[in-house]
Write a protein that binds this ligand. Structure first.
Ligand code: C5P
Length: 222
């Protein structure tokens, strides 16, 4: 590989994007949030009035979907055809339907192509579900980030409260479990730990602790 690639995979709300963003800033690598891309396709379907179970309708839409990331604080901005969708792609409706859209073969093929294209040009940290297994099989560092479902639901709950969203903890936990189940059981590149990935359990760990652990893993490979 010409560039350095770090793949971070794991279940929903394990802290992948939080950790990946910090590492990318520290290392001056480009950060790619592949979940945001699946979310953007899901939002495009919603905007076009295409049902989430209409596979061919969604697949036909792909050629009309341009997804662009722009730097921003505290978070990257996401654009769908030049319209900002950074917040819209995080709604409960999109969150609860994205796994279905992400299960379609042609959707995955299209987005994996876009992800590899981005990964070609610079040193990158990419997070998602199939980065270590499928998108970047030769990544120098692969991390499989996990945490207990209780802790993941709690973290999401606090984030939602901070954003002024009211969602109860019990349904958050159920939604997380349902999404993990769908992502782990789909036919094409399901969520699984790559053979050469390092398992990092963040249950009870602070963000700083996790960042320094992964930084050491990266430094050992550079
Ligand atoms: O990472 P995030 O939770 O935003 O991802 C949203 C959804 O997108 C996941 O639940 C999964 O269905 C899908 N996804 C995927 N492959 C990836 C990244 C995300 O299937 N590499």
């Amino acid at each position: 590989l010409k560039n350095f690639q770090v793949a971070i995979d794991g279940p929903a709300s394990a802290g992948k994007s939080t950790i990946a963003k910090i590492l990318a800033t520290d290392l001056k690598y480009v950060y790619v949030d592949t979940g945001a891309m699946y979310r953007t396709v899901t939002l495009a379907a919603k905007n076009a009035g295409i049902a989430y179970d209409d596979e061919s309708g969604i697949v036909n839409l792909l050629t009309q979907i341009d997804i662009r990331f722009e730097p921003g604080t505290p978070t990257q901005r996401v654009y769908l055809n030049n319209q900002e969708v950074t917040e819209d792609i995080r709604s409960t409706e999109i969150t609860n339907n994205v796994s279905q859209v992400a299960s379609y073969a042609a959707v995955r093929q299209d987005l994996v192509g876009r992800q590899r294209h981005i990964a070609n040009s610079s040193d990158i940290i990419m997070d998602g579900r199939d980065i270590g297994t499928t998108v970047l099989p030769y990544a120098q560092v692969k991390i499989f980030l996990i945490a207990s479902v209780e802790e993941r639901a709690n973290r999401r709950y606090k984030e939602n409260i901070a954003k002024g969203m009211t969602v109860d903890l019990v349904s958050l936990k159920k939604d997380i479990e349902a999404r993990d189940y769908k992502d782990s059981h789909r036919e094409i590149s399901p969520l699984t730990q790559a053979e050469d990935a390092v398992l990092v359990d963040t249950t009870g760990q602070s963000i700083d602790e996790v960042v320094s652990k992964i930084t050491k893993i990266i430094q050992n490979k550079q």
